[in-house]
Design a protein around this ligand. Sequence first.
Ligand code: PDD
Length: 287
Amino acid sequence: MSRIAYVNGQYVRHAEAAVHVEDRGYQFADGVYEVCEVWQGNIVDVPRHLDRLDRSLRELRIDWPMARAAVEFVLHQVVRRNRVRNGLVYIQVTRGVAKRDHFFPPEDVAPSIVVTSRSSNPEAAKALAEQGIAVVSFPENRWPRVDIKTVALLPNVLAKQNAKENGGKEAWYVDSDGFVTEGGSTNAWIVTRDGTVVTRPADSGILRGITRAAVLELIQSEGLTFEERPFSLSEAFEAKEAFVTAATSVVMPVTKVDGKIIGNGHPGTVATRLRELFHTATDLQAV
Ligand code: PDD
């Protein structure tokens, strides 16, 4: 079965799917995106992802490429046509195709939309979660508007590549005050020695993760002690547990930061429990 992508109104073979060379996403990274998890034949938290897409588009003054309900329909179609049961669905909207010029294009230039979907291996993810991942810190060097989910991810690419080259699976950005902001493509969390779950508030320095929001609800319903405040790298070294969250990895335990073992070096009980319960706190749309 060949993979299918949706590009500006058409379902096309993934191998041949393309946008114009003067798409502003390609030339200026002038676009936004969302990644939704597909879990057991359901798309996870579509309303929350489309709310955030709406916010990102507004912040950049890009129009919706089509009605929100139509975007939702296409998400389902692309997942279904690719027969994805577990994996992700990706949506990207850019300011459209126009001759290269930094100024916004004329009003009649339509935004571009691309939707793709791919399968992942739940067994491999489970094995990784049972082992935990290593993260490698990196100086925060991104623009201040990381609350907008733009496709301008070059700093994230470099930070994550640095992590990989130093034995890690994720980077943790550290700001000039020594506080962890977030991961290269995840939100960052610790559990302190007294069992308090800590993550940075979403009002500055981070993307307001959709997985983060569901985990926050879960923490409350489970009656865990919780603080939304910045934590430093040195506090992370002393933590009982650490973990990261994102649509691509849900709740992923962190067992090493900059080569230092966190807790007992194994995935913590809080992270493991939050991972197990995660989908009870989400909106599931059957495909
Ligand atoms: N990344 N912070 C950053 C910088 C991210 O790129 C992401 C998501 C998150 C977590 O957000 P959410 O829980 O909504 O997935 C936090 C996506 C998955 C990616 O770029 O692949």
